[in-house]
Design a protein around this ligand. Structure first.
Ligand code: ZN
Length: 151
């Protein structure tokens, strides 16, 4: 279990140091801002969504703690090429992971690399850091134009 934790820690540090899909898109058709005032995490998210509701490309930028940056990075990897329904299902499982802990075996498999955030459930203050990118993604998909706040 300690080895697994080290591996999880390494993945989070790696995605914080070298966030994937960091930057801007040329022609986004959805976007949203995210703000977690408790920790000072802020991010901007841009999406390209096709006519079938599939996310074909995604970028983010912003400043935040290691958990929020790594979560945004891993979220962008997770959602590219997927539909809104698939994304909602993953967000539900991810939310369960970081609030109550790892779900049953099948749920962990669906989470893939996102399972690295399983330790967050032991630190309630960090839940908002880990879920900010996902709340922002939901706001972008719903295109409410609102800032996704964790408060
Ligand atoms: Zn944070």
């Amino acid at each position: 279990m300690d080895e697994l934790r080290d591996l999880y820690q390494q993945t989070i540090l790696d995605h914080n140091r070298s966030p994937r899909n960091f930057g801007s898109l040329e022609n986004p058709n959805r976007s949203a801002e995210g703000d977690n005032p408790i920790c000072g995490d802020r991010l901007s998210l841009q999406l390209e969504v096709d006519a079938d509701g599939r996310v074909t490309d995604v970028r983010f930028h912003g400043k935040g703690c290691a958990i929020s940056t790594a979560s945004a990075s891993l979220m962008t990897e997770s959602v590219k090429g997927r539909t809104r329904d698939e994304i909602e299902s993953t967000f539900d499982r991810f939310h369960q992971l970081v609030t109550v802990g790892p779900p049953e075996e099948a749920g962990v498999a669906e989470l893939g690399k996102l399972a690295v955030f399983s330790g967050v459930s032991e630190y309630p203050i960090r839940v908002k850091c880990a879920t900010l990118a996902w709340h922002t993604l939901r706001a972008a998909l719903n295109q409410t134009g609102d800032v996704a706040r964790t408060e």
